[in-house]
Design a protein around this ligand. Sequence first.
Ligand code: ZN
Ligand code: ZN
Length: 390
Amino acid sequence: MPSQSTPLSLNWLNVIFLSATPILGIAGAIWWSATGQFNIATLVFSLVYLNLTGISITAGYHRLFSHRSYDAAKPVQWLFIALGSACFEGSVVDWSTDHRVHHRYQDREEDPYAIHKGFWFAHIGWLFAKNWRADGSAVPDLWKSRVIRHQHQRYILWSTFMGLVFPTLVCALWGDALGGLMIGGFLRVAINQQLTFLINSLCHYAGSKPFSDKITARDNWFAALLTYGEGYHNFHHAFPGDYRNGIRWHDFDATKWLIYGLSKVGLAWRLHEVPPERILQSKVLTQEKALREKLSLQTVKSPVLLEQIHKTIDAAKEQLALASERMTTIREQYESLKVQYQSLKTSQNKAFARQVADLRAKFYEAQRELKRSYQRWNAMRNGYMKLASL
Ligand SMILES: [Zn+2]
Ligand SMILES: [Zn+2]
């Protein structure tokens, strides 16, 4: 992949396309609604198509192809490839190549959309300067797929058909072909693109860093609302192999729900989840760093008290680490026993089932202990944070 050393050599096709699409889309929408061409069927179709194509980027291009955080049935993959093409964000191979580099070299010079080169560079500028196409060598796992190769080699055909021709044809069914092209085509493409670009700019610029403070990626709930859950970007960069981005039940992560739903009907499998104790450990480490930075002789005043506080933090952290370790050990034992259990004949099952049940009980107890340790940690942290703020 070429280096970023010549950012001023512009790719004029990209510059013109990325600038003309929103202009055409907005001008088309004004013409369409102001001249009595407005058609409710076109509007509904465009909204549905916007979401279908957008979620094909997040669930397909991103979490399935770039990160392989789960597996999906072939027809689901084909649908993601076809609908993802409609967003004019490059082929799966191009998109995944850049994205894997973004993760591998995050916040470094090699990162194709590094935020330290500026908000607008990370948002869209890098595409104005992008003068290369991937050749598949960096993503050999994806290159094996005939459909992915075909999409890459005939990308303009795929994207023009799915992005512009298809919405025009659909809306022609109710006599609004031009509305289909303007609203379901150009305006939708512009929205799809700007929302994806927000992840590279806004989510490396504004928001919180609960899982790692060493990276620029941030959790931004507002961006998550607009991008089917991709806004929980600090978690995603900390654990890129996890099929979820928003891990709390109330986090708006429509992509996670879609993948989970697909798994429930047998269309997706091998959903990768990072064990909760590992996630908790990262969170606690980040919190610990912030807490220790806040505690100083200026804030606590007494050196004896300060030393005592640091010792208490050490102890609480140790307790959490032990509870996490115990949970990991029991989980591993439980998983291996479960595999053996499933391969046994029914006659051998009874004694074995008792062992599995025993271990399951221990696992739940370890889970409760970890929860209690975290609650104690939190109470302690809140208390010391308050003390340091007095
Ligand atoms: Zn990122
Ligand atoms: Zn990613």
